[in-house]
Design a protein around this ligand. Sequence first.
Ligand SMILES: [Zn+2]
Length: 176
Amino acid sequence: MASFFGHALTSIAIGNGFSNTQKNFKFWFLGVFCAFLPDADVISFKLGIAYNSFWGHRGFTHSFVFAILLGLIITFIFYRKNTSKIKYFLFFTLCAASHSLLDAMTDGGLGVAFFAPFDNSRYFFPWRPIQVSPIGIANFLGERGLRVIKSELLYIGLPSFVFILIVKIKNRFLKK
Ligand SMILES: [Zn+2]
C-alpha cells in the first residue's frame, strides 16, 4: 500500500475534478473511505490467507471490478435520489481504482490483481517510485516512515497539488 495519507490525498484531488457535485463532509468522507477500503484486505494476513490468492492482500479488493461494485454500492446507498448519480458513481469508483493504481507504483510486496476475478495475475507498473508503506502506525515511525513520506510527497502530494491548482484556476477563469 501507499499510506493512508497518500490514498486520501488522491481522493481529494479526484473530488476537486468533479464540478457540480455537492462537496460536503459526506462526499469527502465517502471518497476517502473508497480510496482506503481496498486495504481492508490486510486482515487476510491475520486469517492466514495466502498473499498471492484471490482474497489475499492486493487481490480482489484491489481489482477494477471491485472498484466498480464499490462505486455502485456507495452511490446506491448514499446518492440514490440524486440526479447526478453517474458523477458520484464515477467519483467513488475512481477513488477506489486510484488506490490500486498507486499500489502498482510501489516498490514492495506483490503486484495488484487489477483484472480479478477474470485474471488473478498480479501486476506492477514498470515505473515504481513510491516506497511501500509499512502496515500499522508503530512501523511508520522512524527512518522508513520518513522515506515513505518523502516519496509520497513527491509522487502523490505534488501531482495532487498541481492538479487541484489547475482545476481551481480553470474554475475561476471559466466563471468570469
Ligand atoms: Zn492497497
